[in-house]
Design a protein around this ligand. Structure first.
Ligand code: SAM
Length: 385
């Protein structure tokens, strides 16, 4: 029987086109009217943030960045959120005042006072974020590029350029002094470096199954972190799925930053593209791998400890569905109760810097936007009870 060798003769569709087609079909259903603008942003130059290296001499760098009109979005966030909430509260109080003109004067003052007090004490204004982390970004709509990082007198680079939204999972982890922290899928190491910038980890384990990518992690540690500190980081190359059995119930905080469809990379770069036809099976298996890694992360956490799961994909199959399934399996197969933490205050805190998707059922999702072209970045925090 004649068998057509279509694979050899059919025109080769580049993986970037396959990715875009796949996203058009799926994300237009999920994001609806938002998809055209997110799509355009994915196809445009992404924005970076400059994570300051607290181990280098940074004073002159902060001055230099501030002269360029960049600001540290982490330290600015609570101040901006306070202003924003006070504005909203004043508006509401104003509305209350006009409503109560018909009622008693006493009620009016009490209500105004209460609205203002609520604004000053509600959760968004008590951010528990690791404040030693400083990351400079240019304002919305400003597409200035940062100069490449430079070494200080001791040879340590002054900042690390990264998608600023990648810091949100690290901030959500909210490392506390002396916490034992595991970064389960750590390479090339942007988030490991951010965890080290907190300066308070009691112990940091950075793992990645890929030996070549682990080498890049070593390079980053070498370029940014003094020897005495980098020698305290335990770098390993295990399959993260086995971690629960290796060091179960050990860590206060676990970051599970899983491999995903890396949506921005998939529509822009042909090289190492997960939409290449020969990687179809690997791509289809991603949610299963992600679930196994998240389960390992949960098992590695002490009771009372916390896990942050993150991806740089918009896909609910790789985001919320993985969370839901993990919570279910933890309960039914391991008798572990999980609480999905509310991170909605991140939306208030960081609304000036990032565009958030408001309809995420679990966790938070940063959507790429032409005036704030960060992300996509999904993150969700779980507490092991
Ligand atoms: N957290 C990193 C950072 O901020 O630089 C990025 C991590 S990247 C999104 C996902 C990583 O997961 C890749 O480096 C990949 O090698 C690693 N990975 C894939 N499968 C893994 C497994 N079974 N166990 C551990 N790591 C794995």
């Amino acid at each position: 029987r004649y068998k057509e060798k279509w694979a050899a003769t059919a025109p080769r569709i580049p993986p970037t086109r396959l990715a875009l087609h796949h996203f058009d079909v799926n994300y237009s259903l999920q994001l609806k009217d938002l998809w055209p603008s997110v799509r355009a942003s994915l196809l445009c130059e992404q924005k970076y943030g400059a994570l300051l290296n607290n181990f280098s001499a940074v004073d002159h760098v902060t001055q230099e960045l501030e002269l360029l009109n960049a600001t540290d979005f982490v330290s600015q966030a609570p101040k901006k959120a306070l202003r924003w909430q006070r504005g909203a509260a004043a508006e509401e109080a104003g509305r209350g005042e006009s409503r109560s003109q018909e009622g008693s004067g006493e009620g009016r003052t009490a209500m105004q006072a209460e609205t203002m007090t609520r604004a000053e004490t509600s959760p968004p204004l008590r951010p528990s974020i690791s404040s030693n982390i400083k990351c400079y970004t240019f304002p919305r709509g400003d597409v200035t590029r940062f100069r490449p990082a430079r070494p200080d007198a001791l040879g340590l680079l002054d900042y690390y350029l990264m998608d600023a939204a990648s810091l949100l999972p690290v901030l959500a982890l909210n490392v506390q002094p002396d916490d034992f922290v595991l970064d389960l899928c750590a390479a090339p190491g942007g988030k490991t470096l951010a965890l080290l910038q907190t300066g308070i980890c009691g112990y940091l384990a950075a793992n990645d199954v890929s030996i070549s990518r682990t080498k890049r992690l070593y390079q980053i540690l070498h370029s940014y972190v003094p020897k005495v500190i980098r020698e305290t980081v335990s770098v390993t190359s295990y399959d993260g799925r086995d971690w629960g059995q290796l060091q179960g119930s050990t860590f206060h905080k676990v970051l599970v930053d899983v491999p995903c469809t890396t949506d921005r990379h998939s529509v822009m770069e042909e090289e190492n593209n997960i939409f290449h036809r020969r990687r179809t099976k690997e791509r289809q298996m991603l949610p299963m791998l992600q679930l196994q890694l998240l389960m390992a992360g949960i098992l590695a956490t002490k009771p009372g400890g916390e896990v942050v799961y993150s991806t740089c994909s918009l896909s609910p199959l790789q985001n919320e569905y993985v969370i839901e399934r993990a919570v279910e399996i933890a309960e039914t197969e391991f008798n572990i109760s999980i609480h999905v933490e509310d991170l909605s205050h991140f939306r208030t805190l960081f609304q000036d810097t990032f565009s958030f998707f408001v309809d995420c059922r679990l966790g938070e999702l940063v959507l790429p936007h032409l005036t704030a072209n960060f992300g996509p970045m999904y993150f969700c925090k779980l507490r092991r009870m």
